[in-house]
Design a protein around this ligand. Structure first.
Ligand code: FES
Length: 80
């Protein structure tokens, strides 16, 4: 699974750095390093719904440092 997190200026202001840090920690804690590739990307063109991500090229929006863990566990984990 490839997860792209937008680090464009709008998403950066909404906490994309913290989203990435939390994802890194989850991936490490769950030992998913060989199954999940985490990447930063430039503006994904959906700034008003940021933080924006793409998961295997599917958009996933309205991510926050607060909800990323829940999103990961509920929506992404079952697909890994
Ligand atoms: S800055 Fe993230 S979608 Fe534009």
């Amino acid at each position: 699974m490839v997860i792209n997190v937008c680090v464009g200026s709008s998403c950066h202001l909404k906490g994309s750095y913290d989203v990435i840090q939390t994802l890194k920690k989850i991936i490490e804690d769950k030992n998913l390093g060989d199954k999940v590739e985490l990447k930063a990307s430039f503006c994904l063109g959906n700034c008003s719904n940021g933080v924006s991500m793409k998961v295997d090229n599917e958009p996933l929006d309205n991510v926050t440092p607060e909800n990323i863990e829940q999103i990961f566990n509920e929506q992404l984990m079952p697909r890994i």
